[in-house]
Design a protein around this ligand. Structure first.
Ligand SMILES: N[C@@H](CCC(=O)N[C@@H](CS)C(=O)NCC(=O)O)C(=O)O
Length: 218
């Protein structure tokens, strides 16, 4: 299996698929394509019919779009979604909500692991996105996380595809200096300390490319 991703500093959708792939335990070859430079689009299109990353290629089968990749990986490694049906349904709901929403946060607080943009990017709509994310984290931890088997500090106890979907928000919250109180804050700290998040962060810091249009605040 191959996983095609973009720059680790910037590509939030790539991070989601990469975390799900690593958490699934599947062996895969990682192909990183630096985005928005000459030839990027052609290189991506050699693998991904949408012209976007992430994309998985499994024995010639292309699976693209982060949530579809999570579902594909979960069919091979069922532990990627919570085992309890109610928890699994809510995990899919919050993942779909992330996949289809939070456009103001994405626009004004794009993922940029190497930067410190504390205090930047706030608008009323961004703050509403942040409040909704904190509510989701608090709700998942209270209803499912603390009671789950197997347990753990993540949204549904053990690390799941839902955590992969919210992982870029965790890096964004750190970059933009957002510090949730209570269970949401504890969840954020656990995510930032996760070994796979740290591995991705180290690789992001080691990248040499920058994308000026994504360095929103200098
Ligand atoms: N809905 C897609 C979004 C994929 C996406 O927008 N990927 C960006 C990188 S984060 C991309 O490939 N950009 C390159 C381009 O548009 O040329 C998903 O969930 O995977």
């Amino acid at each position: 299996m191959k996983l095609i991703i973009g720059n680790k500093n910037y590509s939030s959708w790539s991070l989601r698929a990469w975390l799900a792939a690593r958490a699934s335990g599947q062996i895969f070859e990682e192909i990183r394509i630096a985005l928005f430079i000459e030839g990027s689009r052609e290189r991506i299109l050699q693998h991904s019919p949408s012209g976007k990353v992430p994309c998985v290629i499994d024995h010639g089968l292309a699976v693209w779009d982060s949530l579809a990749i999570c579902e594909y990986l979960a069919e091979k490694s069922p532990g990627l979604w919570p085992t309890d049906p109610a928890a699994r349904a809510v995990a899919r709901s919050v993942s779909a909500e992330m996949h289809s929403g939070f456009t103001d946060l994405r626009q004004h607080m794009s993922m940029n692991i190497r930067k410190d943009y504390a205090g930047k990017g706030h608008t009323p709509a961004v703050d509403a996105n942040i409040a909704r994310i904190e509510a989701i984290w608090n709700d998942c931890r209270a209803r499912f996380g603390s009671k789950a088997t197997p347990g753990g500090p993540y949204l549904f106890g053990a690390f799941s595809a839902a955590d992969a979907m919210y992982a870029p928000v965790c890096f964004r919250f750190r970059t933009y200096g957002i510090q949730p109180a209570g269970a949401a804050g504890e969840y954020l700290a656990a995510m930032l300390a996760h070994p796979l998040m740290r591995e991705w962060e180290t690789a992001a810091r080691d990248e040499s490319e920058s994308i000026p249009a994504e360095d929103l605040y200098g």
